[in-house]
Write a new protein. Structure first.
Length: 95
């Protein structure tokens, strides 16, 4: 069962990231540095190892329907961001 959950997580994350790759969007930080895009496997590895926090990038209403296990709502992220370490890594996803 555990393997099935991992595969389902990777599959869903891949599908969620397809529009980003197809659109060719490139985000930048406040400093103008490009935001690194990672694949679903790297995202899963970082989140499960506790090295990154998973955040749904939609508003709470839509996010509640597509919230991945271990992910936080955007509103939760926004309320906690000032108290998180400056070097904390985040993985944002959308569908």
């Amino acid at each position: 069962m555990r393997l099935i959950q991992k595969l389902a997580f990777i599959f869903i994350l891949c599908i969620a990231l397809i529009p980003v790759f197809v659109a060719g969007c490139v985000g930048v930080t406040k400093e103008g540095k490009p935001i690194k895009r990672i694949d679903a496997e790297e995202a899963r590895t970082k989140v499960q190892a506790g090295k990154a926090l998973l955040v749904c990038s939609y508003d709470d209403g839509k996010c509640k329907d597509i919230l991945f296990e271990g992910a936080m709502l955007r509103s939760t992220f926004e309320s906690k961001v000032s108290s998180l370490p400056r070097d904390q890594e985040f993985v944002f996803y959308c569908n």
